[in-house]
Design a protein around this ligand. Structure first.
Ligand code: TRP
Length: 458
């Protein structure tokens, strides 16, 4: 093993890195979260801001995060520490890594509960439970399920065990292979769903909702949610992609990988939106109905199409897989750190971190039933207590903040020679990236933050 390889192993090729990182990016964020927050934030104007954020902030920050990871070759804390020292700056940068681990714990704690819903829906579909279902029926099914904390806890436990199983094996076993067949299959089944949506009487309305912006609906809080989602969906700002980058072979191209990952990720989200909104409008459902949107609308589609039970089962299997390849990347930074700094065996590190996350998940389990309190924040009302608090704290605050610091570090603190050496792209591309991470991404994030809290008014 060369000195510049991670002690945790590495991907078999640049292609394997791309698959794993795409697996991390594509997940519940694209299929479940993107449609429901688009519905809550008024549709196309939100979508446009999200796309702009992916382009101007997401891709440059992704390139920065992978670059730091490959240069440091360790857990995010130790990578930040090493790189800061190497370039003559404060070791305090390592706390960026800790913030990431903390964010990852909170995200995974609720992510796992929602992934558990997909597991349950896979079972329902395989028992033909959706055949001929009505909108009211689909609503009631979802309502009854989420009212019951015992069910939610059970499926949350199953999903956490699945995540811990793969992480304890290490990044290479299983993970690479899973993504290889999952991605194409997910694409195909989303296209089938889009075909169904095309045959509803509300296709134009659904697609218009996604793509015809009404910019009067934009508020700074909507902009923040769109920006936060760009980070969430690309797995940025908490060290997940940094750790994956640390396993990346030296010869693979960081810039090319980042574009491919971002394009695949956006495509899956848009295909999911196109599948869902026509069905929402055709059945008189509310686009702003919240986290249940996917689980209420798609049973209607599967319940009324030929081979619906089969396609439905396949779809929820694929959603579970997509969530699985994402959840492992949320746990990985903490595990690498426990192995490096506390000499834990990988399996023990996974168990300890996983247990803490599992316990945290209980807050989300109760957010949909016993503790479903409402609260209002900057003009928006949220109905699902802790779940919403966890989501806002991470997606809207910690990830953009983490991303801003990553951009600042890569653009201002890391030596040009180091980043040039990792990126190895044409001069104009390097200069464009450097300009974006130095000036555009951090300031854009800062401006959105300041406007939301009302310090400045644009
Ligand atoms: N990107 C994944 C999704 O869209 C979720 C995810 C995985 C994530 N790793 C992350 C989000 C790291 C933020 C940070 O479902």
């Amino acid at each position: 093993m060369s000195a510049k390889e991670s002690i945790h192993g590495s991907w078999s090729s640049g292609w394997a890195f791309m698959l794993a990182a795409t697996g991390s990016a594509v997940g519940l964020g694209n299929i479940w979260k993107f449609p429901y927050i688009t519905g809550q934030n008024g549709g196309a104007a939100f979508v446009m801001v999200y796309l702009l954020c992916v382009l101007l902030i997401g891709i440059p920050v992704m390139i920065a995060e992978i670059t730091l990871g490959r240069r440091g070759r360790q857990s995010p804390m130790n990578t930040m520490y090493t790189l800061a020292i190497e370039s003559g700056h404060s070791p305090l940068w390592k706390y960026l890594g800790f913030m990431g681990v903390f964010a990852g714990f909170i995200i995974l704690s609720y992510y796992s509960v929602i992934a558990g819903w997909a597991v349950y829906y896979m079972i329902l579909s395989s028992m033909s439970e959706f055949t001929g279902i009505t909108a009211a029926g689909a609503n009631a099914k979802f309502g009854n399920f989420t009212q019951d904390p015992v069910y939610l806890l059970f499926f949350h436990t199953i999903f956490m065990l699945m995540t811990m199983y793969v992480v304890s094996l290490g990044v290479r076993s299983g993970l690479e292979k899973a993504t290889k067949f999952m991605m194409p299959a997910l694409f195909v089944i989303l296209l089938i769903l889009d075909g169904y949506a095309m045959n509803t009487n509300s296709f134009d309305k659904g697609v218009g909702f996604l793509f015809q912006p009404d910019f009067s609906k934009l508020t700074w809080s909507v902009v923040l949610t769109a920006m936060g989602h760009a980070f969430f969906t690309l797995s940025l700002g908490m060290g997940a992609i940094m750790v994956y980058g640390s396993y990346m072979p030296k010869r693979a191209s960081i810039a090319k990988a980042s574009f491919v990952i971002a394009i695949a990720d956006v495509l899956v989200a848009l295909l999911a939106g196109i599948a869902i909104f026509p069905v929402v409008f055709a059945n008189g459902l509310e686009p702003s109905s919240g986290p249940g949107l996917l689980f209420i609308t798609l049973p209607l589609a599967f319940g009324h199409m030929p081979w619906g039970a089969l396609f439905g089962t396949l779809f929820f299997i694929l959603v579970t897989f997509a969530a699985w390849t994402s959840s492992i990347s949320l746990l990985e930074p903490a595990v690498t750190w426990l192995v490096e700094n506390h000499r834990f065996k990988r399996i023990k590190a996974t168990f300890v971190a996983g247990l803490i996350i599992w316990v945290l998940g209980i807050f989300t389990v109760f957010s949909f039933n016993k503790w479903a309190f409402k609260f209002t924040l900057i003009g928006k009302t949220y109905e699902n207590g802790f779940f919403n608090i966890f989501d806002i704290l991470t997606a809207n605050i910690m990830l953009p903040l983490g991303g801003m610091l990553i951009a600042i570090f890569a653009g201002w603190y890391m030596s040009q020679q180091a980043s040039r050496d990792e990126l190895e792209v044409k001069e104009w591309m390097y200069m464009t990236w450097r300009f974006l991470v130095r000036y555009i991404s951090p300031f854009a994030i800062l401006i959105v933050f300041l406007n939301v809290i009302g310090v400045i008014k644009l």
